[in-house]
Design a protein around this ligand. Structure first.
Ligand code: COA
Length: 254
């Protein structure tokens, strides 16, 4: 089976790379599980000082696989969001290692909302960030309804999450969820440098200071659960079904 997630450890850094280029790194259930496992198993490994999440060169991720969303729309159950995605989101919430996002190209949906859990984000000049939940008849996830306004203020969060507008790398830096903009193809190598810098700092003081900066975990988890409840209902809505069909119909016509 082709590995759509590559996990490597290097210089005290765990590097998680999404690699499904033919589908713009859209995240399948298996990819969520692999990413969740990579984050969870890093927690008790004293050699790992930071975690980098990357899409490699050219694309970060087109977000959740829409075929999986379409399947959930017709599934005959009352579950909230499919469990694999939830596992990944919870792994982000429980993560205690500095988390670095390396975004080259598009970051759609969870590709953007996972960045609100990151501690440092590098973007290339070609990066764009979008949370088009509204266009899919869905609601935000990953506690982004809590974390986005906290990061960028209500008005900018409204524009992204309620109006579904995307932002450029410059706008994301101005909004406060991108630290630095680098040339295309250089995000991962620059992210490794940031990880090395963090790795040279006093480990326990880094962990404690990071924790002090973060919102309370129970608030994040509570908001994830609340969003997940609505998300599961919305996944089964007519608005969502029509949006998923329109996406795949667009592909057939092209
Ligand atoms: N789920 C499943 N497949 C996806 C996908 C997704 N989220 N995003 C892209 N793909 C697939 C396309 O269907 C296409 O597959 P095909 O070649 O077998 O037809 C392939 O990836 C390339 O995508 P394409 O649309 O041709 O690339 P593009 O550069 O024109 O557009 C996007 C890229 C990301 C803007 C566009 O694909 C898109 O809008 N995707 C949906 C994003 C989304 O809504 N994600 C969920 C957020 S909650």
């Amino acid at each position: 089976m082709i590995d759509h997630v590559i996990v490597t450890d290097e210089d005290n850094t765990r590097i998680i790379t999404m690699r499904r280029p033919d589908k713009k790194n859209a995240l399948t259930q298996g990819m969520y599980i692999a990413m969740a496992d990579a984050i969870k198993s890093a927690q008790n490994d004293p050699d790992i000082r930071s975690i980098v999440i990357s899409g490699g060169s050219g694309v970060f991720t087109a977000g959740n696989d829409l075929e999986d969303f379409a399947k959930a729309n017709t599934a005959n159950d009352d579950s909230s969001r499919p469990m694999a995605a939830t596992q990944f989101l919870k792994a982000l919430a429980y993560n205690e290692k500095p988390l670095i996002g390396a975004v080259d190209g598009i970051a759609v949906g969870v590709g953007t909302t996972m960045l609100f859990h990151c501690d440092y984000v590098l973007a290339s000049t070609t990066a764009t960030f979008s949370t088009p939940f509204i266009h899919l008849g869905l609601v935000p996830e990953a506690a982004s309804s809590l974390l986005a306004p906290r990061t960028m203020g209500h008005h900018r969060a409204f524009s992204m999450l309620v109006m579904g507008r995307s932002v450029t790398a410059d706008e994301a830096r101005e909004a406060g969820f991108v630290n630095v903009i680098v040339a295309p193809g250089h995000t991962e190598v620059e992210a490794r440098k940031v990880a090395r810098e963090i790795g040279s700092l006093p480990k326990d003081a880094v962990a404690l200071t990071r924790k002090l900066l973060k919102p309370a975990r129970e608030d994040v988890l509570r908001r994830m659960d609340e969003e997940s409840h609505h998300f599961g209902e919305r996944l089964k809505s007519d608005e969502a079904r029509n949006a998923f069909s329109a996406f795949f119909a667009r592909k057939k016509k092209a």
